[in-house]
Design a protein around this ligand. Structure first.
Ligand SMILES: [Zn+2]
Length: 294
């Protein structure tokens, strides 16, 4: 294996602090060479969580970056595997396949870190230009817009967990009066395993003919680990359903503001009404399969 140089796919080789700079294109960093002499670039990807949420015995504990190798045709097999698509584990398998350190299980990784890897892999496979149809928030008209993936800003973890190496954070619910101690909620950021679990649970319910429009409470049930001193799952589930919207709003705000990840937003100008607005970048089929869109 060639000598390693920090070739940061999302920050253009710069240190992970700050926003994503000019991108990786044109940079020759580190490569792996196989028996055919094919060069497979190795890239270092910044972890939005800075590794703070992983336990001391986890390979990503306090790691600011993680190494991947570029996508190859083998990963295209993963992307098109009907079995994996059905199971909802395409992204997990894709990340697993490209991680250099095979001790890392992408299921344990929080979603923000997984998104960073997903975007980095897309850049290694198909470049940083991503064209996708988005609806204009002002007039609703859909238009094709280009996103530059290497320019997406990183939101790094800003709030410390209750202990280093734990994925548990604390927030206090709004108080009715000053003397009120306020309900303390402890929550965790969702991992790849949580996401798969939620999707499969929803699928099961749908098959059984149940309504599946309880995304908010389902998400809370996965994220809340304690309400004051109560850690019992059934009681937390009850709390999730009964909590006033005032709490729900405050909780969501606390969780979102502190969620590390990639900001998938960009300003667009609508070709129909010429209004300029900020839109979320949709993760369409063309994200990993650029030609299906043309
Ligand atoms: Zn418009």
């Amino acid at each position: 294996m060639a000598k390693r140089k920090n070739n940061n796919v999302l920050t253009g080789g710069k240190e992970p602090e700050g926003s994503m700079a000019s991108g990786w294109a044109g940079q020759r960093g580190d490569v792996m060479r196989d028996e055919f002499g094919l060069e497979i670039p190795v890239e270092s990807v910044p972890l939005p969580s800075k590794g703070v949420v992983y336990a001391p015995d986890h390979p990503l504990h306090m790691q600011e970056t993680v190494e991947i190798r570029a996508m190859t045709a083998r990963e295209e097999d993963i992307l098109t595997s009907k079995a994996l698509i059905k199971k909802g584990t395409v992204i997990t398998e894709l990340i697993k396949s490209c991680l250099i350190d095979k001790r890392i299980d992408p299921n344990d990784m929080i979603l923000g870190d997984r998104y960073a890897l997903m975007v980095a892999l897309r850049i290694t496979g198909y470049g940083s230009d991503y064209t996708v149809e988005v609806a204009c928030p002002a007039c609703g008209e859909r238009s094709r817009q280009e996103f530059n993936l290497s320019q997406l800003p990183i939101s790094r973890l800003s709030k410390e967990p209750i202990a280093a190496g734990s994925n548990v954070f604390e927030t206090i619910m709004p108080k009715n009066k000053e003397s009120d101690p306020g309900i303390v909620i402890r929550y965790r950021h969702m991992t790849g395993a949580d996401e798969i679990n939620i999707t499969q649970m929803q699928e099961r319910k749908k098959k059984q003919g149940f309504q599946t429009d309880n995304l908010i409470t389902t998400r809370y049930q996965h994220q809340i680990v304690a309400v004051n001193d109560i850690t019992d799952k059934t009681k937390i589930q009850m709390f999730c359903q009964r909590m006033p919207t005032k709490y729900s709003l405050a909780l969501r705000k606390a969780m979102d503001e502190n969620e590390p990840g990639i900001q998938m937003k960009q300003h667009i100008q609508c070709p129909s009404c010429f209004e300029e607005s900020e839109v979320s970048m949709p993760l369409g089929a063309s994200f990993f399969w650029p030609d299906t869109d043309r």
